[in-house]
Design a protein around this ligand. Structure first.
Ligand code: SF4
Ligand code: SF4
Ligand code: FES
Length: 392
């Protein structure tokens, strides 16, 4: 059946949804089932699933409530990407499935990843999400002395946490987290974003204790590999990875917490090597992580020796997969140069970022003293653009 052909009377088009089914009560493994649905392209994949359930198979299970990207119930994977089914237009999902060849492949809908599947598209978020949210003490710890009325704080002091407050606990970030695939005990992007919501709250009196706890936990803030996957997946712009980086800065730079996982020193080693060399020298990375500041020779502490030995299997795996250079080339100082002037450019980017970058922390980052470029409409209507704009 040809996909997305316009009907004569309305904008309704036909789409195929390829849904991953799992019915534990039947004792069978998961299987795929295709459903033909007819919808306006601006309606959602969730609308398509509900139509398939109404018209074809009442046993198709999907969790939803608000249908407006508010309740966080309808997290699924669409064409491999974790998102909300009610927020994804079916026409766009069809285009996404066929972007490469313009063909008529079905829209693939699966349950979220990193979570046990209860039935069809319904996952069990208890152990993978809610338990971890509870792990970070998701409530304000005040000084126990309630004021007569509310606690007044300057509005600007809350700006820092507005982004995390937008979280609707949908679990899309958890579903897409690459670290969680490797370490299911990782506290994870949603719970750590929630942790920053309280660490950054000026009314919380136990921020340092929270940071110490999250830094020392081997599955805590230093378990994130900075892959950006949760940032891409989050439908509400929470950017959980950014919140984890804020937790790291608060723990390491502001509170000076030197974690037992060597996370802070490892992170500092990365930035120091990039600053100095303009490229990552893996041999120096181990040295700088475990014996920072001692150039050319290792002077590790006992804990560092344990860390170095513990890193060997990872190093061997890295060499085998080509992510790390082989042994002879690992001698510090014999590091291959990037082509042309690339290393100098990377150093320049580093220096520029150090000098100019400021984090505005309200859904955006930017640079100080940089005027936004006028858009084309403003250029063509200079008079009209001089007054205050809507939403300003
Ligand atoms: S950036 Fe960190 S928390 Fe986010 S998905 Fe990647 S590993 Fe997970
Ligand atoms: S951070 Fe974003 S993706 Fe993660 S649970 Fe909250 S709203 Fe969902
Ligand atoms: S149904 Fe509420 S977020 Fe999708």
């Amino acid at each position: 059946m040809e996909q997305a052909t316009a009907s004569t009377e309305s904008t309704t088009q036909s789409y195929t949804l390829k849904v991953r089914r799992f019915k534990p009560e039947e004792g069978e493994g998961p299987y795929w089932q295709e459903f033909e649905v007819e919808l306006d392209p601006t309606l959602s994949v969730l609308d398509g699933l509900l139509q398939a359930r109404d018209r074809e198979d009442g046993s198709l299970s999907v969790r939803c409530s608000c249908r407006a990207a508010i309740c966080g119930s309808c997290g699924v994977k669409i064409n491999g990407n974790s998102t909300l089914a009610c927020l994804t237009q079916i026409g766009e999902a069809h285009e996404g499935a066929n972007r490469l060849d313009g063909g008529s492949k079905p829209i693939v809908v699966e349950p979220m990843g990193n979570m046990p599947v209860v039935k069809d598209l319904v996952t069990d978020m208890e152990s993978t999400h809610w338990e971890k949210v509870r792990r970070v003490t998701p409530w304000l710890l005040d000084d126990g002395d309630p004021p007569e009325r509310e606690r007044i704080v300057p509005p600007e002091s809350m700006v820092d946490i507005t982004q995390t407050i937008a979280c609707i606990q949908c679990g899309a970030c958890v579903s897409s987290c690459l670290s969680m695939e490797v370490d299911p005990d990782f506290i994870g992007p949603a719970a750590l974003a929630k942790a920053y919501r309280f660490v950054g709250d000026p009314r919380d009196v136990e921020s340092r204790e929270r940071l110490y706890d999250l830094a020392q936990d081997p599955h805590g803030i230093y378990d994130c590999t900075h892959c950006f996957s949760c940032v891409d997946a989050c439908p509400k712009g929470v950017a959980p990875m950014d919140q984890i980086m804020r937790l790291r800065r608060a723990a390491g730079d502001e509170e000076g917490i030197d974690d037992a996982n060597n996370g802070r020193r490892h992170e500092k080693a990365f930035t120091k090597i990039i600053e100095k060399k303009g490229t990552l020298d893996e041999a120096l990375l181990l040295q700088e992580s475990y014996a920072a500041g001692v150039k050319g020779k290792l002077m590790p502490k006992p804990a560092a020796i344990k860390g170095l030995v513990g890193s060997l299997p990872t190093a061997v795996r890295g060499m085998r997969t080509g992510k790390m250079r082989s042994l002879p080339k690992l001698i510090p100082g014999i590091h291959p140069k990037l082509p042309g002037d690339a290393q100098r450019h990377v150093k320049g980017i580093y220096a520029h970022a150090e000098e100019h970058h400021t984090e505005l922390n309200l859904y955006i980052t930017g640079e100080e003293d940089v005027e936004p470029e006028p858009d084309e409409e403003e250029l063509s209507q200079p008079e009209a653009s001089s007054g205050p704009k809507e939403n300003e």
